[in-house]
Write a protein that binds this ligand. Structure first.
Ligand code: MG
Length: 444
């Protein structure tokens, strides 16, 4: 007969073999069992289920940069976030490393699956503080549906894995449903590549300009230039659609040089029409800083257009800041008089403490903080810290993606005065900028 004592001893053994120590999620073994069960039930009941393959983006960077101990804490935190997303009936497991799966039982259409996927992506990407590091996790998700994409475990997992890799290729932080018609995808990509190369040949790119305003006097203190693709039949195409492909085709330097030239020419045009010079920011790809001609290109452009260097600002990502060899380039650019801004600040891996050594002028606070700051006191606290630090280091600050007056006022209260986002204005065609500026002058 079994004693009570023996019984209590048995449970942890079961738990250890079925649950992953680090995250508390189901273990791969448990997953195999559950899967074979599900396949049988679904076949008998004629039901569908969805298999989501979740792979964290750039997890290796976290481990490399901060060590595996912090990496483990990171995985643990992500697992807790995933748990919050699923219903009790759904199954979630850690497959290995930074790979997880979620199985959504008895689904009727893809929209239900998309809803869960979107919840996952939203939940995962919230800023995460571990020790003193601010991390912004993201993930790519591949989805496969039983029986449409496979009727056994190995077919389903390879379909979801294939889709997950496509999500990575499409720029990460996204999802892809498996499609049997792989050749169709390849054709689409070839078509897109052709269209993009044509866009370069036929000068189909334009810059839009998003005003940045000071909360104190509600006047324009600068603009960020944003590239758009003006396709003859598709209309205005947003960069999300083509920037990844630009990188894959290694056209980013060409696009960046064009953007610098166009922004400076535009600034000269506005100036000729009677507008005072305003700072204009240009976004550059991290790899553009490996171009040995960059500094000369910038010098030549400034000289040709007659723009004083201090009105040209280059926006770079945090990762570009931390790439070896780039720091020197930034120093040289600043020596000419250009301003350097870190874009999407808070989403990369900046160690706040190392900021003071960087050759830089401005931090642009990423939209994810803004979206979250009114509902999450933790985020507001982090923002306050970032703002305080920027002031202490004498960097200017711009908050991006500000959509409401409430957000703008809160940011002002926290000490961030310069606001960019739909609250003041969406990105505008170049011709609309002078009247926008004049209007803010009249209004105030
Ligand atoms: Mg930017």
């Amino acid at each position: 007969m079994m004693t009570t004592h023996e019984k209590t001893n048995e449970q942890p053994t079961h738990a250890l073999s079925y649950y992953d120590n680090l995250t508390g999620l189901a273990h791969k073994r448990y997953y195999h069992e559950r899967m074979s069960c599900l396949l049988k039930t679904a076949a008998r009941r004629n039901e569908q289920f969805a298999f989501l393959f979740i792979d964290l983006d750039d997890f290796k960077d976290v481990n490399d940069r901060y060590g595996t101990q912090l990496g483990d804490q990171f995985l643990h935190a992500i697992a807790q976030r995933l748990k919050l997303v699923v219903r009790e009936v759904d199954f979630i497991a850690r497959l290995e490393g930074d790979q997880f799966c979620i199985i959504l039982d008895n689904i009727t259409d893809d929209h239900d699956v998309i809803k869960v996927i979107n919840r996952c992506l939203q939940k995962i990407k919230k800023p995460l503080t571990i020790e003193t590091h601010l991390l912004t996790p993201t993930a790519s998700i591949g989805a496969a549906i039983y029986p449409r994409d496979g009727i056994n475990e190995s077919d389903l997992i390879s379909a979801a894995d294939f889709a997950m890799h496509q999500a990575k290729q499409a720029g990460k932080q996204g999802y892809v449903f498996y499609s049997k018609n792989k050749s169709n995808l390849a054709t689409l990509r070839r078509e897109k590549e052709y269209l993009l190369r044509e866009a370069f040949k036929q000068n189909q790119f334009v810059l839009y300009y998003q005003p940045q305003l000071s909360m104190t006097n509600r006047q324009v203190v600068g603009v960020e230039s944003l590239v758009r693709w003006q396709h003859p039949t598709l209309g205005i195409v947003a960069p999300d659609y083509f920037l990844d492909l630009v990188e894959q085709l290694e056209l980013q330097t060409q696009l960046g040089n064009w953007a610098i030239k166009t922004a400076c020419e535009q600034l000269a045009n506005w100036h000729r029409s009677g507008l005072a010079f305003i700072p204009v920011a240009v976004n550059l790809s991290p790899s553009h800083f490996q171009d040995h001609l960059l500094i000369q290109t910038v010098k030549d452009t400034l000289q040709k257009t007659g723009i004083p260097a201090e009105f040209l600002e280059l926006e770079v990502t945090e990762s570009a800041m931390q790439t070896k060899g780039h720091i020197d380039v930034f120093k040289q650019l600043r020596k000419i008089g250009l301003k350097i801004a870190i874009d999407d600040f808070g989403t990369g891996f900046s160690c706040l403490a190392s900021l003071k050594q960087l050759p830089l002028d401005c931090l642009k606070i990423d939209k994810i903080f803004i979206d979250d700051m009114l509902s999450n006191s933790h985020t507001a606290l982090l923002l306050g810290t970032i703002i305080g630090l920027a002031h202490a280091l004498d960097y200017s600050l711009v908050a991006e993606g500000v959509e409401t007056e409430e957000q703008a006022l809160k940011l002002q209260h926290l000490g961030c005065d310069i606001i960019q986002g739909y609250f003041f204005s969406k990105p505008l065609p170049a011709d609309d900028i002078p009247s926008f500026i004049k209007k803010t002058l009249v209004d105030n």
